[in-house]
Design a protein around this ligand. Structure first.
Ligand SMILES: [Fe+2]
Ligand SMILES: [Fe+2]
Length: 218
């Protein structure tokens, strides 16, 4: 994330450049209009919010985007849990209702992402079951240093990853490759921005597991 957050950064700039920021604003009850031209401090003061708490949340989003994985196996697993599993869960919690909203409000638009909500729910169901298998079976085995038949659960996880990739492709197809129509509203823009980050995270997550973590036990 190549931008420096200060209390003077324009709200619109933060919303545009930092995936997840609009959700922080929404949770904090911060509305912004007029293209978000006002600085963050002014907007937060206007809405009666807590500037330092909001800046901390935004900074955490920036740090998370720049996080480099640790090398030790135990630390790497913990990193995967906090940087990817928890983040996917959290983001799907708001991406799905936001997709539902855009599909409903803009259903008659020629570029409407019809079927996106259903595709996201299908991915969420599959991913949740997959992450639970890693958390309950594979990762404890790896933290214990491995197991004689560990290749079996690893093969299951690799097959899960292929299925997740296919379900992600369905999501992106429903969202027309995240190609925003001209004049898209803030919700639609936030949805595709959030989906782009989610997609990048999911690809990085599975790549890190296949290429680094699982490879250590091959
Ligand atoms: Fe995982
Ligand atoms: Fe995985």
């Amino acid at each position: 994330m190549a931008f420096n957050l200060t209390s003077e950064t324009k709200v619109g700039t933060i919303a545009e450049l930092l995936p997840g920021a609009t959700e922080v604003f929404r949770r904090a009850g911060i509305g912004f209009c007029c293209g978000g031209e006002a600085p963050l401090a002014e907007t937060v003061a206007h809405n009666g919010g807590d500037l330092s708490a909001i800046m901390a949340e935004l900074q955490a989003l920036i740090d998370r985007a720049a996080n480099v994985p640790p090398t030790g196996t135990e630390a790497l697993i913990d990193h995967i849990l906090t940087r990817f599993h928890a983040v996917h869960r959290e983001e799907l919690q708001w991406l799905i209702p936001l997709a539902q909203k855009v599909e409903t409000v803009h259903g008659d638009h020629e570029a409407a992402p019809l079927g996106l909500t259903a595709a996201l729910v299908a991915l969420q169901d599959d991913l949740e079951a997959h992450m639970a298998r890693e958390e309950q079976v594979l990762f404890p085995m790896m933290k214990a240093g491995g197991a004689p038949a560990i290749h079996a659960p690893i093969a299951v996880m690799e097959a899960d990853h292929l299925r997740a990739e296919a379900l992600l492709a369905e999501v992106l197809r429903a969202a027309h490759g995240l190609d925003l129509p001209v004049g898209a509203c803030r919700s639609w823009t936030a949805l595709y921005g959030g989906l782009a980050k989610f997609r990048d995270d999911l690809v990085a997550h599975m790549g890190l597991e296949n290429g680094t973590l699982f490879a250590r036990f091959a």
